[in-house]
Write a protein that binds this ligand. Structure first.
Ligand code: HEC
Length: 102
């Protein structure tokens, strides 16, 4: 019984810890998928017309990602990429990239 209580307490502690920074941490992991094209932390080297995505306003960012996903913004590749992310993940990415320096 004692072991069970301890285990339950440990689980609760993990759940509390995960609730806070998980959003930011998850965003950082997902953002790594964007670095190949958009540069580390979204700072594009500017070559090949690749847009930088660091420092974009979260509202603009979310609008563009949803427009790519829905096909209302024409794209060469982003329409396929945007389909792989949920609204929550896009919101987390929008927060993350808006905090990166251009
Ligand atoms: C294979 C290369 C590639 C990858 C990987 C990629 N992008 Fe893009 N992204 C582009 C290109 C190219 C454009 C310009 C639109 C187009 O032609 O698709 C673009 C445009 C954008 C724009 C619009 C920028 C603006 O100024 O309007 C946003 C936002 C964006 N990408 C976010 C992301 C995010 C977030 C990820 C990672 C989840 C990502 N991209 C991964 C190639 C890529």
């Amino acid at each position: 019984m004692r072991t069970f209580t301890l285990a339950a307490a440990a689980c609760a502690a993990v759940a509390v810890l995960a609730a806070g920074p998980a959003h930011a941490q998850q965003a950082q992991y997902i953002a790594a998928n964007c670095a190949n094209c958009h540069g580390t932390d979204g700072r594009s080297a500017g070559g090949g017309g690749m847009p930088g995505i660091a420092g974009l306003s979260p509202t603009y960012f979310k609008e563009q990602m949803k427009a790519f996903r829905e096909g209302t913004r024409k794209a060469t590749i982003m329409h396929q990429i945007a389909k792989g992310y949920t609204d929550e993940q896009i919101a987390a990415l929008a927060d993350y990239f808006s905090q990166q320096k251009k």
